[in-house]
Ligand binder design. Structure first.
Ligand code: HXC
Ligand code: NAP
Length: 273
């Protein structure tokens, strides 16, 4: 269940907003009255997301681009600015890729693909967005992961990429602070029913072990993350910038480390079969 914020008259762009957590965030802002644009690589996913947002009563728009291609990202912002006919009030950047793999099994192209989507992609989105962000007043939220500050086996690509994402957040909070733009990261914990969890906990045994390792005793929901994005982007948070906010039921305090130790053993067993 979503809580209530008022984003009527506001323009919200969610990059990577066509499935899972990021679509949940886009839906949150749609319910709170915003005009919402989403972007990702797959045209069908973009169309479906726009239909979902429209069904919630929002004016919605979709663009198709790969965050790895800077010129395409720039073009996407031109289209989105045209749709909004005004500045972007809230920018969410959450395109990401993940698969479990030990460093020894990872090709150079495999780590490159995750670094290019998560880290370089975030840089591309930030760089292309600046001219369109409301100054002062815009809220930028990058979607990070516990991997940014917790080393995890099978996750060297994501750990290094998301650590960089959080550093971009912290750097930009300083560089863009003088424009009155706030930049924060949300660090979701394990979020139920998402692609990320399907990839990291692909068996019922692993699924249970992740739930058991969360201090609050449950996986998160996409609404938990949407509510945090709404809170961070609301006027009540106007002095919050450069924050790296875990929304994870306490998982990153120690549960994530515990889970990853188990995941490592279980994945190795699965791969050995
Ligand atoms: C090892 C793998 C692999 C795997 C792909 N690769 N999957 N290596 N194990 N399981 C390698 C490929 O062999 C290839 O290297 C290279 O990675 C690029 O693969 P492509 O399929 O050509 O790349 P691309 O089509 O660009 O797709 C990118 C992707 C894909 C990241 C590989 O999975 C994707 O599009 N993911 C988006 C959706 C997603 O991952 N969502 C979950 C986000 S969750 P070679 O050498 O063969 O060319 C998240 C954090 C969750 O980010 C945290 C939970 C707590
Ligand atoms: P998801 O459903 O796979 O969402 C990823 C989104 O990014 C999709 O809309 C995807 O659409 C888009 N995308 C991927 N690669 C892209 C690219 N190169 N260019 C443009 N768009 C791209 O995964 P999710 O599990 O909800 O994860 C969403 C975010 O939360 C990610 O940043 C992830 O790191 C973070 N996170 C997730 C969890 C979790 O429990 N799931 C935990 C911590 C952090 P296309 O395929 O159409 O491109």
């Amino acid at each position: 269940m979503s809580i209530q914020f008022d984003f009527s008259g506001k323009n919200v762009f969610v990059v990577g907003g066509t499935s899972g957590i990021n679509l949940g965030i886009a839906c949150g802002f749609a319910r709170w009255g915003a005009k919402v644009a989403v972007a990702s690589r797959n045209q069908e996913k973009v169309d479906n997301a726009v239909a979902t947002l429209t069904a919630l009563g929002a004016q919605a728009f979709g663009v198709t681009f790969d965050v790895r291609q800077f010129e395409d990202v720039e073009q996407g912002f031109v289209q989105v600015a045209d749709f909004f006919d005004g500045d972007i009030d809230v920018l969410i950047s959450g395109a990401a890729g993940n698969f479990p793999s030990r460093v020894n099994d990872m090709s150079v192209n495999a780590i490159r693909s995750v670094l290019e989507i998560d880290l370089l992609g975030t840089f591309h989105v930030m760089k292309a967005s600046h001219g369109y962000l409301k100054k002062p007043g815009a809220s930028v939220v990058n979607i990070s992961a516990p991997q940014a500050f917790i080393p995890m086996t099978h996750q060297a690509h994501v750990c290094s990429a998301k650590a960089g994402v959080d550093m971009i957040t912290r750097n930009l909070s300083m560089e863009w602070g003088t424009d009155g733009i706030r930049v924060n990261s949300i660090v979701p914990g394990p979020i139920h029913g998402t692609e990320g969890m399907a990839r990291l906990a692909p068996t019922p045994e692993l699924e249970k072990s992740v739930t058991d390792s969360v201090p609050l005793g449950r996986q998160g929901t996409v609404d938990d993350i949407a509510n945090a994005a709404g809170m961070l982007s609301s006027e009540q948070s106007s002095y919050i910038t450069g924050a790296i906010l875990p929304v994870d039921g306490g998982w990153s305090q120690s549960g994530a480390t515990w889970f990853m130790a188990n995941m490592s053993t279980m994945l190795d067993k699965m791969q050995a079969k």
